[in-house]
Design a binder for this molecule. Structure first.
Ligand SMILES: [Zn+2]
Length: 498
């Protein structure tokens, strides 16, 4: 180990984290890290299976005195999101991440890139547990999945039929003191307004660029409930307002490229009739911009809506029929939180985000990510989108989906983990259903009777180059993990009643 973590605890976890950081392991580039996990097991004489796509399962026998305890599954994902700041040119496919420890001696981040603590720290804790023969624990099944960050492809393909464990400790949460007890499922729904280039019209008029800018955006899982605006929704509002008064034509609309990101910018290329009083249009847009800024002054204060006119020219525009459907759609589509959980009125239960809007050769494409912790509510919202598609003349498809991890009212393992946290930390753990995605839903579907929780240390700004983690939080969380391991000794209530 380098001297970066000299004198820091927990040494073994930090050692493995440093090793993982040396191996490039973005989603889709996990062959090497799967190989590292296999080598690790082989060196220690532990059994390891690796499947076709690279998921690994390492098994370790129970420590002495725990032979009769129920098998515990530990789980984390090996892949990470690779993002870097403009101006940083690290080839994250091939080059290691540079770890930086701040002068406070506690905050760890990477040099201009994502850190990969999501979920490298979960993987490092599992390796530290497996390498340590002094710990007390039941028989362990440690699952290391690939490609969680791109649709949970690893967990989708994972064969769980040989797993004996019915208790799952997932290590992919990002807040100390939080016991995640459920999460939203997701579905990706695409809309297509088909109109190939050759069917569009060449028209003469005054072109205008309508822009929506300056929004905060954010992740559509964790941040959908913060009251931030969607640039696509504001674009729709502006377009609808303008087309009520001006016979405008639409050449292009665009806003966002990632279904899980709330759009920060959107724009439309429009064509107005030659005799349009452009100053009148500009004034209307200015008024709308001011209204919207006032509406969002608390939650999204930088919004700017503007319109700039160009010189009269010919432009290829959508037929009136297609444009009318498109504008109706952009003015009407549901966006944001649809329902909050009954247990906590600030926690989103069902939401959706229109994160992709693009004009292509074949027409306009729009993609939603729908999330809900209640599977039936997710399906109902998807059905609503299908109905909207019919009304506005778009063809609608479901591209992918993963199930929710639904909250179960009675969980002996969760109660046990909560009680241990309280003893350990001197305060109550928060037990929550989160709105992001975790692999526990897929595993719960595949393993009947699975009793699952998810925990993790404080990790901030995941999926961005600002991602950082607290070493002290890692130490406390790792101590908590070891407490949980030694508590699974067969005496837990609800166990062994076969
Ligand atoms: Zn993760």
């Amino acid at each position: 180990m380098s001297d970066l973590f000299e004198g820091k605890e927990p040494q073994d976890v930090l050692h493995y984290f440093e090793e993982l950081a040396r191996i490039p392991h973005g989603s889709g580039n996990t062959d090497k890290i799967s190989g590292y996990i296999e080598d690790f097991a082989e060196k220690r004489g532990l059994s390891c299976t690796r499947d076709r796509i690279g998921n690994c399962i390492i098994r370790k026998e129970a420590s002495s005195g725990y032979e009769k305890a129920p098998v515990l599954i530990l789980q984390g994902h090996m892949d990470m999101v690779c993002e870097q700041n403009a101006g940083v040119s690290l080839d994250m496919e091939k080059e290691p991440i540079h770890l930086v420890l701040d002068p406070d001696g506690d905050t760890l981040h990477a040099d201009g890139t994502t850190l990969g603590a999501d979920d490298g720290i979960g993987v490092a804790m599992m390796l530290a547990v497996l390498a340590d023969d002094t710990l007390s624990h039941p028989a362990l099944e440690c699952i290391f999945t690939v490609d969680e960050e791109t649709g949970m492809d690893g967990a989708v393909a994972l064969d769980c039929s040989d797993l004996r464990g019915r208790l799952l400790l997932n290590l992919d949460s990002e807040e100390e003191g939080l016991i995640t007890a459920g999460c939203a499922g997701g579905a990706v729904i695409s809309f297509t307004f088909s109109e190939p280039m050759q069917e569009r019209k060449r028209k003469k008029g005054v072109p205008a660029r309508l822009t929506v800018e300056g929004l905060l955006g954010g992740h559509s899982g964790e941040m959908i409930g913060l009251g931030r605006a969607s640039a696509n929704a504001l674009l729709g509002r502006a377009l609808y307002m303008l087309c009520q008064e001006f016979p405008l034509r639409v050449a292009k609309v665009s806003g966002g490229t990632k279904d899980n990101a709330i759009t920060r910018e959107a724009e439309a290329l429009l064509l107005f009739p030659e005799d349009t009083h452009t100053a009148e249009v500009e004034a209307k847009v200015r008024t709308l911009s001011a209204q919207i800024r006032r509406e969002y002054q608390e939650t999204d204060p930088g919004i700017e809506i503007g319109i700039t006119f160009g010189k009269e020219r010919k432009e290829t525009v959508f037929t009136r029929h297609t444009a009318a459907g498109l504008i109706e759609f952009l003015a009407c589509f549901p966006q944001g939180v649809m329902e909050y959980t009954p247990q906590d009125r600030t926690a989103p239960q069902t939401s959706l985000n229109l994160g992709v809007l693009q004009t292509e050769e074949s027409g306009v494409k729009a993609v939603f990510l729908v999330r809900s912790s209640i599977n039936s509510q997710k399906e109902a919202l998807c059905a609503r989108l299908f109905a909207l598609g019919e009304a506005v003349g778009a063809s609608v498809k479901q591209l992918s989906a993963y199930p929710a991890w639904e909250f179960v009212p009675v969980s002996a393992f969760r109660d046990q983990c909560a009680a241990l946290y309280e003893q350990h930390a001197g305060k109550k753990a928060r037990v929550l259903v989160i709105h992001g995605g975790l692999e526990c839903g897929l595993l719960s579907d595949k393993i009947p009777g699975l009793d699952a929780v998810s925990i993790g240390p404080d990790i901030h700004d995941i999926h961005t180059p600002k991602e950082h983690i607290s070493l002290r939080s890692i130490a406390r969380t790792y101590a908590y993990v070891r407490e949980i391991l030694s508590s699974v000794d067969g005496t837990m209530s609800g166990e062994g009643e076969s």
